[in-house]
Design a protein around this ligand. Structure first.
Ligand code: SF4
Length: 340
């Protein structure tokens, strides 16, 4: 991917909020896109109500909005961190189960915030308020921010900011490779980079537009080589006939590539969906193939007060037991943060 800032995301149309033009990054991006012949408009995207749900979704995934993050209070972000760090929203990939289907609702386009210095200054206030407790920020709560990083460099600025913060920590997760911009940045172990893996079958079937497994494992190896704390996320775990064999193979393949590294963290998230997500997925991705028929599921009301369909208790127990047994067989002193 090296050298091509549009390797993962090249918008077909760009909108700039008027207030964003006060910021140098917005002006730089505007001139760059215009130079490439990409239409740039002032304002916000207008939804074409004549296009069907699938086509509107496709168009949105090729639309970039350059904006300013106002109202700088941060949302909480359990179980991954204390707070979300709002640097961007959206993602160019088309993973059919993606939680952003509902989080972003009718606005699934990509948005980047150009007032990153103000956002980081606000993070500093949150850190000061909780010090000497450590405060952890999640940079990928509402996006996969990596595809846009070569254009905005905001993750890099966040890594540098947290390197200089005594009580602040940063983490983000991605399903993309192309992390070369991390090499050489000072991080002081204050940024944990997590790479989201899944079985080849799940990636091929459900994660369209994201990086291949080999590329992601290569990116994880690079993260270790550059001295960052590494996390591996497996999300979503999708139960199939031979799920244990497939996820065992995945752990072995990653383990072989990553070698004898100690202390890699793991986050395991089973497939779940809300009724709203099912409705959106069925309209936007009619050929989705996801298990959404409620079999082997129970309805559970989550921490945010809405219900979701999760695997039933016996299945969850099997998943929990499987990963708690298999991960330590392959990795040295792994830190299993959660299995949900
Ligand atoms: S890579 Fe992550 S954020 Fe992007 S579509 Fe897939 S699941 Fe959603």
């Amino acid at each position: 991917m090296s050298g091509n800032p549009f390797a993962f995301f090249k918008p077909e149309i760009v909108y700039i909020r008027p207030e964003a033009k006060e910021y140098p990054l917005a002006r730089e991006l505007e001139s760059r896109f215009k130079h490439m012949g990409i239409p740039v408009r002032t304002g916000i995207p207008v939804v074409d109500k004549t296009a069907g749900a699938a086509e509107s979704y496709r168009i949105a995934k090729k639309t970039l909005v350059i904006s300013v993050r106002r109202g700088l209070s941060f949302q909480s972000c359990k179980p991954s961190a204390h707070y979300q760090l709002p640097l961007a929203t959206g993602c160019p990939a088309l993973c059919e189960y993606c939680y952003l289907q509902t989080t972003l609702g009718p606005r699934p386009y990509l948005k980047v915030y150009v007032n990153v210095e103000e956002i980081l200054a606000k993070a500093g206030e949150y850190i000061t308020r909780r010090a000497p407790e450590v405060t952890v920020f999640e940079g990928a709560a509402t996006s996969d921010p990596v595809p846009m990083e070569p254009l905005t460099h905001t993750l890099g600025k966040a890594v540098a900011f947290f390197a200089g913060s005594e009580h602040g920590r940063f983490r983000f997760v991605t399903k993309f490779h192309g992390l070369e911009w991390l090499a050489g940045l000072e991080h002081r172990d204050h940024t944990e980079v997590r790479v989201s893996l899944n079985t080849r079958r799940v990636i091929r079937r459900f994660e369209k537009g994201a990086s291949s497994l080999a590329h992601r494992i290569g990116a994880a190896r690079d993260v270790l080589r550059w001295g960052y704390p590494l996390g591996l996320m497996i999300a979503p775990v999708i139960i199939s006939e031979d799920w244990q064999g497939e996820y065992r193979d995945l752990l072995h393949e990653a383990g072989r590539a990553l070698g004898p590294a100690r202390g890699i963290s793991f986050e395991i998230v089973t497939h779940r969906y809300t009724a709203r997500a099912r409705e959106l997925i069925q309209s936007r991705c009619p050929d989705h193939g996801l298990p959404l028929d409620g079999r082997d599921r129970k309805f559970k009301v989550g921490q945010f007060g809405y219900g979701k369909y999760v695997y039933d208790a016996p299945t969850m127990e099997q998943v929990d037991g499987f990963f708690r047994t298999e991960i330590p067989k392959t990795f040295i002193e792994p830190v299993i943060r959660y299995i949900v």
